[in-house]
Write a protein that binds this ligand. Sequence first.
Ligand code: AMP
Length: 113
Amino acid sequence: MADTIFSKIINREIPADIVYEDELCLAFRDVNPQAPVHILLIPKKPIARIIDANEEDQALLGHLCLAANKIAVQEGIEDAFRLVVNNGEGVGQSVFHLHLHILAGRSFTWPPG
Ligand code: AMP
């Protein structure tokens, strides 16, 4: 997988407002927030899109969901937050390193736009 801006954040080559880190993942505030709380949670393993994850990533994907929960509690948004994964350019993915958007702090419509 080609290096992305998110690999540079993992490697501390460019700055980010990091809110959570463990051995498998990293979370930082989105530079262009779409809600009062907008955090990106990424695996340290470079997986381009969620469709590119495979059986060996099963535990990692579960780990990401539990890390999102920890971050939600840390941010005080555990009662109302949205997780979004864009898979592919057609739905707006612009950085090809898997990331979960954690969004909260305003009202959200359903279905999503
Ligand atoms: P997506 O469109 O789902 O690929 O989301 C990529 C997200 O990364 C967008 O919400 C961008 O605002 C965000 N982003 C891009 N570069 C950075 C950066 N250097 N630091 C923090 N967020 C970034």
